[in-house]
Design a protein around this ligand. Structure first.
Ligand code: ADP
Ligand code: MG
Length: 445
């Protein structure tokens, strides 16, 4: 589920607005600009919410070019300005962008545009066999590997190919996180009470091909694992194909129930690894040609040599270079590529306090906002200590800053970080939890 990058959009907008103050009269600023807010920034566009339609139209008419130029300076890459009028439109935009995509499967991800190399050959072959309906013993097919290495791409490719071959069969795709959320909602609304559970369960249990992306999210969540266990059994017994992806192999999912772990190991387990240099060069070329970009060999080589562990980053850099070359109307040079790659690394370097809080709340199955809230029950208090510790170790935030993020005095944070440092030495569960969480936070997108 894509998430809006509001915090960054607001920071960018503040700088742009400062620059605008130099250019425009204060009357104009007060009337049209003052109440505008940055809503989102992606690699392609920047979304600005204007106070109302009048200010939107004015900005559109007289400031678009100017703002896009300032955005280029601020972001370091060309982004298009998208304007919304009023909070209502901003809410609609956010809801649309953050909704788990309904049908789920991106049709542009296919086997044809998946580049095969030593690092993913087995996973690719297994995925193809499953999509052809030929691999009854590959059940489940379990694909694991680091972030941005093509797991979701393979899952979509399976879905697209299977649908093409067997149009009458039913394919369901769900992300582990959404399965969890849907279940929680169903329980809350009483939809799982006797007599009513069918409609929820039918949704997944009537699949011919059941795809679950990022299954690691169900680990540690009791009710979800129970429901998933039953769904898995029903489908497996009926001879339906199941495919799972995860950021780690079953044996390393420390909070996964044993009976699920066993089942995940019933079929075939394969990994995707970071691609080698030759494969990366082919990926760079293929991503460039997909956006109609002419990439000089030296640049393709430079990108492939410098981005080594994540195909999503390779794709991001190629897109950025494509945008540059369109804007500058000249071929890309290695120097431009250096610049674009620099951005990728600085963007990725450090998680924010918000990301850490979100991942810790998710890990411990707490409601959003509980960590900064008032609750003092043992689980929340423990999770809060863990979050403080992770902020201290994974970021450069100071104790007072961490304290503010968690709504606590900094001395409390100092004390609890020390405690976690101590307990970690002897408490095995805590140690694995911290390792898992570090992976989740690093992989957070
Ligand atoms: P994951 O699910 O493993 O985190 P994704 O499947 O979302 O990663 O891949 C991230 C991006 O990289 C996608 O846009 C995908 O198309 C691309 N990608 C990853 N591996 C390959 C590959 N072998 N060939 C082509 N594109 C790839
Ligand atoms: Mg994925």
């Amino acid at each position: 589920m894509p998430r809006c990058n509001t915090e960054r959009a607001q920071a960018i907008w503040r700088s742009v607005m400062n620059a605008l103050r130099g250019d425009l009269s204060s009357l104009v600023i007060d009337t049209y600009i003052e109440y505008a807010k940055g809503v989102d920034i992606t690699s392609e566009y920047f979304v600005l919410c204007c106070e109302n339609t009048v200010s939107r139209d004015w900005i559109e008419r007289s400031q678009r070019q100017n703002i896009e130029r300032l955005l280029l300076e601020e972001v370091g890459a060309p982004v298009q300005l998208r304007l919304l009028a009023g909070e209502e439109e901003a809410r609609a935009y956010i809801a649309e962008r953050e909704k788990p995509d309904a049908a789920g499967v991106g049709s542009e991800y296919t086997f044809e545009n998946f580049i095969v190399g030593g690092s993913n050959r087995f996973a690719h072959a297994a995925a193809q066999a499953v999509a052809a309906g030929e691999a009854t013993s590959y059940n489940p097919l379990f694909i694991y590997g680091g972030s941005g290495l093509g797991k979701t791409h393979l899952l979509y490719a399976i879905a697209n190919e299977f649908r093409r071959r067997f149009p009458a069969k039913r394919v369901t795709y769900v992300r582990g996180e959404d399965f969890t959320n849907e279940l929680i909602e169903a329980i809350r609304e009483g939809r799982l009470r006797a007599g009513r559970e069918r409609e929820f369960r039918e949704k997944y249990r009537s699949s011919d091909l059941f795809l679950v992306d990022d299954i690691q999210f169900i680990a540690g969540k009791e009710a979800t694992q129970e429901e998933f266990f039953n769904t898995f059994n029903a489908l497996h017994e009926a001879g339906k194909q199941i495919v799972l992806t995860s950021d780690r192999p079953p044996k390393e999912m420390s909070r996964l129930e044993e009976r699920l772990r066993t089942r995940f190991e019933w079929g075939v387990i394969c990994d995707v690894q970071p691609p080698d240099l030759e494969t990366r060069v082919v990926i760079v070329r293929s991503k460039a040609s997909a956006i109609g970009m002419d990439m000089p060999d030296a640049v393709a080589m430079y990108v492939a040599e410098n981005i080594t562990s994540n195909v999503r980053q390779i794709e991001g850099v190629v897109k950025k270079l494509g945008a540059y070359s369109a804007l500058l109307r000249e071929p890309i040079t290695v120097a431009t590529a250096q610049h674009a790659i620099g951005d990728v690394f600085t963007e990725k370097s450090e998680p924010t306090a918000d990301i850490i809080i979100e991942e810790v709340e998710r890990f411990f199955d707490l409601d959003r906002g509980s960590l900064a809230g008032k609750r003092r029950d043992a689980r929340t208090a423990h999770a809060r200590q863990v979050a403080g510790y992770l902020m201290r170790t994974m970021t450069k935030l100071s104790f007072p800053e961490i304290g503010r993020a968690l709504g606590r005095h900094y001395s409390t944070i100092m004390y609890s970080v020390d405690q976690v440092v101590d307990s970690r030495r002897t408490d095995r569960q805590l140690d694995t939890d911290l390792k898992d969480l570090t992976i989740n936070i690093t992989n957070h997108q």
